[in-house]
Design a protein around this ligand. Structure first.
Ligand code: HEC
Length: 461
């Protein structure tokens, strides 16, 4: 997921600080309070469906508060909901990440003590997502997926999903989102819906679902205050699990209301999540270099199956093995039943001490020629394709770890790969914005195109 990573790093905004407020200053809402709310709260408490029905978008909506009522009792910080929610040992807000600093809480308290006036709210422009009619530079392709029948391919091209036919005929379907960067696309098992996830750094994560037949967006749900990474549909098709920039996995029901679950597992970005086919476990890969297995039911970590010397980028599973890889070029399969021996999946057994050793369940594939950025698993979960910095994509059988195909001379770096149901087709998306399709195992190239419309280049300047 280096694509997202490098773009994200460049985009992450610098935190506004409440510095320079001295003890006896008059607190100005606009100058002192607003920057804090905007930085730490606005992402979830704004937009069409603000969390807790609390919108911080206008002075009036701040005054009226959310579900529970007014945010503040003027002159009485201790009795104000706003302060109650952000203070204490484990403050309720923000619900994840670091609590507000003492200095910031102090600013909010003093503002309320001084009457809690709202002089004005600087309107926060939604970070503009510009989707050009025609591009001058092709956007990097950050995710790619086959429809279950193999006839179509969805490509994540920065803020939009472009659906093309595998044969290359017809006019691509363009599905715009409001995310600055999409990190994941996937068709539902029946091929009727298309999931696109991503977000805008430091603002929001977003999950969109489109109806493939007419391109209509049927769901757009904002989750967390930061971009979401890769993951996938639960086997029941009703939820998705996606990695978060805050070390949590987000399990998001595909409706507007049901509660989102956060499963805290990693100390850094969770860059990929895979469901076991029975829907009971999640395998996760983190920028903290770990590959982990967690129980969906309890949300508990079952086992950290490995710690890589380098960051891990991608993970897939067929239910028997989990396979992960990343910068270290080692592609490793983890036999789940052995790795999880003596660990109860349903119990709350925090004290359960696994006795299995890594060398009993970790099985190495051959070494990879370059950093691995993405691994794709076929629809029947028998084959995987492994790609990244090197100019070849390799295809393996999961069960015996044997290489079955090698696709050479692909455009590098590859940011994303996909296999169709029986691994007879491979789609490769690259940083330079190309989609290439190969027929396997012979590796004949059947398509090579930039899926977004490009400006016709004019000969003279
Ligand atoms: C990651 C998203 C997120 C962020 C960031 C966030 N909140 Fe919330 N907030 C929620 C959700 C979800 C709820 C509703 C559920 C709950 O009460 O826990 C909520 C509810 C609230 C409520 C109660 C609303 C009501 O009337 O019931 C208050 C007050 C609140 N948040 C304040 C804040 C403040 C202040 C910040 C910034 C310091 C903040 N929140 C940041 C997600 C968020």
């Amino acid at each position: 997921m280096r694509a997202a990573r490098s773009i994200l790093v460049a985009l992450v905004t610098v935190a506004a600080s409440p510095a320079g407020v001295s003890a006896d200053d008059v607190i100005s809402f606009r100058r002192h309070v607003w920057p804090i709310l905007k930085r730490h709260c606005y992402g979830c408490h704004s937009g069409e469906k603000p969390e807790g029905k609390l919108s911080l978008a206008t002075a009036a909506s701040i005054r009226s508060g959310g579900d529970t009522g007014p945010l503040l009792v003027p002159g009485k910080p201790g009795r104000s909901l706003l302060i109650q929610m952000i203070s204490g040992e484990e403050p309720s807000m923000p619900p994840k990440g670091r609590p507000l600093s003492r200095a910031k809480i102090d600013v909010l308290k003093r503002w309320i003590l001084q009457g809690g006036k709202i002089d004005s709210v600087a309107p926060v422009a939604e970070p503009k997502v510009v989707i050009p009619v025609e591009y001058t530079h092709a956007p990097a392709m950050t995710a790619v997926a086959f429809s279950p029948d193999g006839q179509r391919i969805a490509c994540a091209c920065r803020s939009e999903v472009v659906v093309v036919t595998t044969s290359g005929t017809g006019i691509p379907l363009r599905l715009p989102t409001r995310s600055d960067l999409l990190t994941h696309v996937e068709f539902s098992a029946d091929g009727k819906m298309l999931l696109a996830a991503g977000g805008t750094p430091s603002r929001f994560g977003e999950v969109c679902v489109f109806s493939v037949a007419d391109g209509k967006r049927v769901l757009a749900r904002r989750v967390s205050g930061d971009t979401l990474f890769r993951g996938g549909f639960a086997p029941d098709g009703k939820r998705v699990a996606l990695g978060g920039a805050d070390g949590a996995v987000y399990v998001i029901p595909l409706d507007e209301k049901s509660a989102v679950r956060r499963i805290e597992l990693h100390s850094d970005w969770v860059v990929d999540v895979a469901w076991t086919p029975d829907g009971k476990k999640l395998i996760t890969a983190g920028r903290d270099k770990a590959t982990k297995v967690a129980s969906v039911q309890t949300g508990k970590l079952l086992r950290t199956v490995d710690s890589s010397p380098e960051r891990v980028s991608s993970v897939v599973t067929d239910g028997v093995f989990a396979v992960s890889a990343g910068k270290s070029r080692a592609l490793i399969g983890y036999q789940l039943d052995v790795a999880l021996q003596n660990i109860s999946v349903t119990g709350a057994g925090n004290g359960a001490k696994p006795i299995t050793r890594r060398n009993q369940y970790a099985k190495n594939f051959e070494g990879q020629p370059g950093e691995v950025i993405d691994i794709a698993i076929s629809g029947n979960r028998k084959a995987i394709a492994v790609a990244g910095a090197a100019s070849e994509v390799r295809v393996y059988t999961v069960a015996d770890r044997k290489r079955t195909a090698t696709v050479k001379n692909v455009r590098v770096p590859v940011y994303c790969v996909a296999l169709n149901r029986n691994a007879s087709l491979l789609a490769v998306g690259s940083r330079d914005g190309y989609l290439e399709v190969f027929r396997l195992p012979k590796a004949e190239r059947t398509l090579s195109r930039i899926p977004v419309p490009m400006k016709k280049t004019v000969g003279s300047r």
